[in-house]
Design a protein. Structure first.
Length: 534
């Protein structure tokens, strides 16, 4: 089942990893699938996809992430949100894990993150599961085959699901651990088969390294106009806000769907693939993503399927609502060949406001953009979780708090400065409720959202008359002639039958924002502080 290329000066033995049963270097898709099937890690699905289950862990384990507290990073990590691990504990964890690995077969992929060669990070992934090797081969970027002869990894990730950590011995929270050591340039992952830990550990790594180089790392999707990288747009948004759906415009070129950087050269995708949710996925709504689920090599994770026909059930979330597929970017027909864009002309911040207060679209100043970026607001709705009987705010700073090793203000200031220096227009788009809160109002019409977004990206929205929102101070279009969107939809207060109820709900949401933002007010510039104070 093959053996791929590797730099003979940078084998695992050269990294102090010895005594393994077999180390398979840089296998390609057919070989990885063959190994996964022989090892009974999954089943072959329709079209040559591989069907796998991750067992107990069907999502990330953010509380089990640790950063080793060495002198080089002690003053720059956001310790309020990142658990510390002592260097001695990491050393013991590493020694015990390497001992556990002896005699077992492992799969090695030498890949890189970052489509811009100036900021490329070479990473080695050592995985116990063959399908994890296939997954990360999709998700990161592949060097040319000849490059592997001289590939020297800058960081190494070792993923060993069969190893259980000892909290007392290894200084962690549980038997599951994701431990990042910047001095040793190593990440250790244990006791979880959820493949997303592989890609998000690299994203967290980039989120620490790149700001020091003046690059803004972003948890966002991105696209640009055909043949025009200058017309680039990025889309921030938490789960359920429409980030993937709205950025996957067939009339624009997809740069990437999840992780990007913004440097002095422009924007670039960190990844080489997509990791898409498949719950309720349909060919009618998202035909290209749907079709990847029967393409050769696509990893189908935690989906229910017919044991005889291998037909996938996109509506059955009995294993998890977080069921996904992972595939290379070139499986999407309008994907960029270079994964490079220009400086974003437009930044879109998506929110699903279940309180029914925010307008469908608003224009932000750079200071307001930093305020809403640090807030990272969306809302849970009644019925989505036990005990949730009314809309509840969710604030995830930078639209990705679990992946931010530095303090949020570092990323917020980077974004604010880049928006200001490149003349970027920033928009807040509400894909949530109008005419009332969840349970009373109705969901914002997707056609209206798409029309307003198109008007924002093609520049026609700039010609519309704007008003100042009395609650948040941003600018809201009064009428957009270039679309069929009714004027009343642009003013959420007008859509409510009970105007006093709207005012009360708006005051409540403003207070929630203020309470959340209080943690940043002594660490931000005066213009952003003025936005927060109102």
């Amino acid at each position: 089942m093959g053996q791929g290329r590797v730099n003979p000066q940078h084998t695992l033995e050269h990294q102090g990893i010895s005594g393994l049963g077999e180390a398979y270097y840089n296998l390609i898709e057919p070989d990885l699938i063959a190994h996964a099937l022989c090892r009974k890690e999954g089943e072959l699905g329709q079209g040559g996809a591989i069907l796998v289950s991750t067992g107990k862990f069907t999502g990330r384990s953010p509380k089990d992430k640790h950063i080793v507290k060495t002198a080089s990073v002690a003053d720059s990590i956001w310790w309020d949100a990142n658990a510390a691990m002592e260097p001695d504990a990491f050393d013991q964890l590493q020694a015990d894990m390497l001992e556990h690995m002896k005699g077992r077969d492992y799969f090695v992929q030498d890949l890189y993150a970052g489509a811009d060669p100036e900021y490329r990070l070479d990473v080695r992934l050592v995985t116990e599961l063959a399908w994890h090797s296939l997954f990360i081969r999709h998700m990161l970027r592949r060097p040319d085959r000849d490059e592997l002869d001289s590939f020297a990894p800058e960081f190494t990730v070792i993923n060993c699901p069969s190893f259980k950590a000892d909290p007392k011995k290894h200084g962690c929270r549980s038997e599951t651990v994701i431990a990042m050591n910047f001095d040793k340039k190593m990440i250790l992952i244990a006791n979880t088969e959820y493949a997303g830990e592989n890609k998000k550990s690299v994203f967290t790594l980039l989120n620490y390294l790149l700001p020091g180089k003046g690059v803004m790392p972003m948890h966002c999707s991105a696209n640009h106009a055909p043949g025009n990288r200058v017309d680039t747009a990025v889309f921030f948004g938490l789960s359920g806000t429409g980030k993937t759906t709205l950025s996957a415009d067939p009339n624009r070129v997809l740069i990437g769907d999840d992780e990007h950087g913004w440097s002095d050269n422009g924007s670039f995708n960190f990844e080489g693939g997509c990791y898409a949710k498949t719950i309720n996925l349909s060919r009618e709504a998202e035909p290209e993503i749907y079709d990847t689920t029967t393409r050769f090599g696509t990893v189908i994770e935690n989906m229910v399927y017919d044991p005889e026909t291998k037909e996938l059930d996109f509506d059955d979330d009995s294993l998890t609502a977080n069921m996904r597929c992972a595939y290379p970017m070139h499986y999407i027909s309008n994907a960029s060949e270079t994964a490079l864009g220009g400086h974003p002309k437009n930044v879109i911040m998506l929110t699903c406001d279940a309180f029914g207060v925010l307008p469908p679209i608003a224009r932000l100043t750079p200071a307001q953009a930093m305020y809403h970026f640090l807030s990272g607001f969306t809302a849970k709705v009644a019925g989505t979780e036990r005990g949730v009987t009314e809309p509840q705010p969710t604030f995830s700073t930078c639209f990705g708090a679990p992946f931010m090793p530095r303090r949020p203000e570092v990323y917020g200031k980077l974004l604010k400065d880049k928006i200001a220096s490149h003349g970027t227009t920033c928009w807040l788009v509400n894909t949530g409720w109008t005419g009332g809160a969840f349970g009373t109002g109705s969901r914002m019409p997707i056609k209206a959202t798409r029309a307003l977004l198109t008007a924002a990206l093609d520049g026609s929205l700039e010609d519309a008359p704007f008003r100042k929102d009395p609650n948040f101070g941003f600018e809201v279009p009064v009428s957009v002639k270039a679309t069929a969107v009714p004027d009343i939809l642009l003013d959420p207060r007008r859509t409510w039958d009970d105007k006093k109820a709207y005012d009360a709900q708006a005051a409540k949401l403003v207070a929630m924002f203020a309470e959340n933002f209080a943690q940043y007010t002594d660490k931000i510039d005066d213009d952003v502080r003025a936005v927060a104070i109102g």
